[in-house]
Design a binder for this molecule. Structure first.
Ligand code: 5AD
Ligand code: FES
Length: 347
């Protein structure tokens, strides 16, 4: 390792920031990785010890009104059986999760117009009534400020909405003309103002993405200052127009996880399913690069393969009925410990 590598990582550690040129240097070679991962692990231990938080993921609908060019559940994918879980099915997932020790439920779905505020609020308030000690997280895309407020009033307290790309040109290349970066950002700031703990994030190695684009993502995150940041490699899906693009790399994803840990020491950073899909050791390495959250799948096993955002997604088979155990073993093997409390962000 060169002395300059150490200096650069130390500067990032001490100031939580770098100039663009320095970020570019960090991002474009593997020369700094060793030092970067070491420092990121140190910082995560300073703030969170060896704790890894569990978030039970319930993928409750794969209907989507949008047509994002990279996403397997995009509206024009006809090659996919659509499903929606009933309120009772969702509650059963929560019940099973509660037994397994989960105290956070993440309700994730496509932008499904079936879920008007009334329907979604009813589901949220029933979960909230039955599990008052659990945190309810939503990840259901772009909605109006009034809608976000209604969902908050029903009991949701966290919201995951990846910004996807902070560069306007890249954003437009990845998304249909009906969507805009401007509205995406508005949604994120609305959510924050309402009082949600907010998660943003992006894909690594998305089609057309450059180092400058990634630096723009880091700058946007500095502006937003989210509680959670979810990143994972782009993985192609055969039924999308972007199937010709190559997958994002694990190495660059890990490097970004470490950079994010140093920039946002307090943040909740998931070691994502996409990272575990691109490489069998991906999630473990993600934890060692600074991630401190894992999101085991709690969806009914018979719908899991239908929530295919990308190819070869893990945890979709019968054998993954209990991701909790699998993940607990993996977290332990990586040198950390699973904790079951709600894990509210510590600023
Ligand atoms: N590869 C990797 N991640 C994807 N997502 C959607 N499609 C893909 C893909 N092909 C991510 C998006 C979205 C999150 C739920 O999954 O970033 O916000
Ligand atoms: Fe789902 Fe391992 S985490 S099977």
């Amino acid at each position: 390792m060169t002395e300059s590598a150490k200096d650069l990582v130390t500067k990032l550690y001490e100031t939580r920031d770098l100039i663009d040129e320095e970020f570019r240097t960090l991002l474009e070679t593997d020369e700094y990785d060793e030092e970067l991962f070491k420092k990121a692990d140190q910082v995560r231990r300073e703030h969170y010890g060896d704790k890894v938080y569990l978030r039970g993921l319930i993928e409750f609908t794969n209907y989507c009104r949008n047509n994002c060019s990279y996403c397997g559940i995009r509206k024009s994918n006809q090659n996919l059986e659509r499903y929606r879980l009933s309120k009772e099915q969702i509650l059963n997932c929560c019940r099973e999760g509660y037994e397994l020790g989960y105290r956070t439920f993440v309700l994730q779905g496509g932008e499904d117009i079936y879920y008007k505020d009334k329907i979604l609020c009813d589901i949220i308030s029933d979960i909230h009534k039955e599990f008052p000690d659990c945190a309810i997280t939503l990840s259901v895309g772009e909605r109006s400020r009034e809608s976000y407020q209604a969902l908050f009033d029903a009991g949701a307290r966290r919201y995951l909405l990846r910004h996807e790309a902070a560069d306007d040109n890249l954003y437009r290349r990845l998304h249909p003309g009906t969507m805009s970066l401007e509205n995406r950002k508005k949604c994120l700031f609305d959510l924050k103002e309402i009082g949600y703990q907010v998660g943003a994030g992006f894909m690594v190695g998305a089609p057309y993405q450059t180092t400058e684009n990634l630096i723009a993502d880091l700058r946007f995150l500095q502006e937003l200052s989210p509680d959670m940041i979810g990143i994972g490699p782009y993985i192609k899906h055969k039924d999308t127009p972007m199937k010709w693009f190559k997958n994002g790399s694990m190495e660059l994803t890990l490097r970004l996880v470490a950079i994010l840990r140093l920039m946002f020491p307090y943040a909740l950073l998931p070691s994502t399913t996409a990272l575990g899909t691109i490489d069998p050791k991906g999630r473990e390495l993600g934890l060692q690069a600074g991630a401190n959250v894992v999101m085991p799948n709690l969806s009914p096993v018979d719908v899991r393969d239908k929530y295919a955002l990308y190819e070869n997604k893990i945890c979709t088979g019968e054998e993954s009925a209990q991701c909790r155990n699998c993940l607990e073993m993996r977290v332990l093997a990586a040198g950390y410990e699973v904790v079951t409390d709600r894990g509210d962000v510590k600023r």
